[in-house]
Design a protein around this ligand. Structure first.
Ligand code: COD
Length: 286
């Protein structure tokens, strides 16, 4: 179990630094986060994009970077990975949609399994361990099959972080199945389908998932209450708003990564600060 991003960093520190292909790197905040990861000795960056702009931005970092001048940074970064010259992909000054279209390209992309999903990771002063939230970034609608693929991807990722049996909550408004609240029906179907393999409960509201006391007060029997690791959100907007709310108003540290492709993809919002970008780099390096 990881309590913090610091724990995560300790996992990575000491390993062979991975090579990160940063797509459209002409962004000073992005370069500051990359420089910090390089200075920490946990990653080496290849910066793809407008070389003259990038080189100007590098100067103040005091770090040396490999820079590749290109007008097609998405395709070139993906090619670097496919040829074994880089280990993971990081989004720079390009749109998420365009980057993902490159990643999903059947001929030249980085497809592997059935589905890619985004995991946001939260370190909260009010919770005793990291909380993983999916999917506020990639999939735009979820059905039973989407959840199954997401859970398998998350489980594989968490194994690399040392989790053998994480606890999953299919979040909903209430704990009872109600046909008028579609996510409760989907949650029940997913739990029926996967509970033999995973510690998963739902439909379950976040107050119960986060607190054994709340479960007790509501007279609910739960094995995950107060110990949940993963929130599977009812829809993309809810997931995205929860993460942004926790970051902006809740005093939480956040980061995010995309799993399910051949390599992890560090996917950032262009408005993220350098610390958030750095934490997302840590998540990609695992
Ligand atoms: N995983 C794997 N394959 C996928 C996924 C996925 N998550 N989504 C689509 N595909 C495959 C489909 O199976 C198909 O073969 C091909 O990609 C095209 O699928 P479409 O036509 O349904 O989807 P697109 O190309 O219109 O869009 C797919 C994107 C992933 C690009 C799109 O959903 C997207 O832009 N998502 C990100 C949304 C966003 O901007 N998030 C930022 C929030 S901060």
């Amino acid at each position: 179990m990881l309590k913090s991003f610091n724990d995560l960093k300790n996992l990575i520190q000491g390993e062979q630094p991975k090579r990160v292909a940063l797509v459209a790197a002409e962004d000073s905040v992005m370069i500051a986060a990359a420089a910090r990861a390089q200075a920490d000795g946990i990653a080496q960056f290849v910066l793809l994009g407008d070389a003259s702009q990038i080189k100007e931005m590098i100067i103040s970092t005091g770090q040396e970077f490999e820079v590749i001048h290109t007008k097609t940074p998405i395709a070139d970064a993906i090619a670097l990975i496919n040829e074994g010259h880089a280990d993971l992909l990081m989004k720079g000054k390009v749109s998420t949609g365009n980057l993902l279209k490159g990643v999903l390209d059947k001929a030249s992309g980085l497809r592997q399994g059935q589905l890619l999903n985004h995991i946001a990771v939260i370190e909260s002063p009010a919770y005793h361990k990291l909380l993983f939230i999916s999917d506020g970034g990639i999939n735009l609608s979820f059905n039973e099959q989407t959840y199954e693929h997401m859970i398998r991807n998350i489980s594989e990722y968490l194994k690399r972080l040392g989790y053998s049996d994480p606890r999953y909550a299919m979040l909903s408004l209430v704990e009872t199945v109600n046909e008028s609240i579609p996510e409760t029906v989907i949650a029940r179907n997913v739990v029926d389908q996967l509970s033999a393999e995973y510690q998963i409960e739902g439909p379950i509201a976040p107050d119960v998932a986060l607190s054994a006391k709340a479960a007790q007060q509501k007279n609910l029997n739960s094995n995950i209450a107060g110990e949940v690791d993963v929130f599977l959100m009812p829809n993309t907007t809810a997931a995205n708003h929860l993460v942004k709310g926790l970051s902006a108003l809740g005093g939480c540290k956040v980061g995010g990564v995309v799993v399910g492709a051949k390599v992890p993809i560090i996917l950032l919002s262009r408005s993220d600060d350098a610390d958030t970008k750095y934490r997302s780099i840590l998540l990609g390096l695992v």
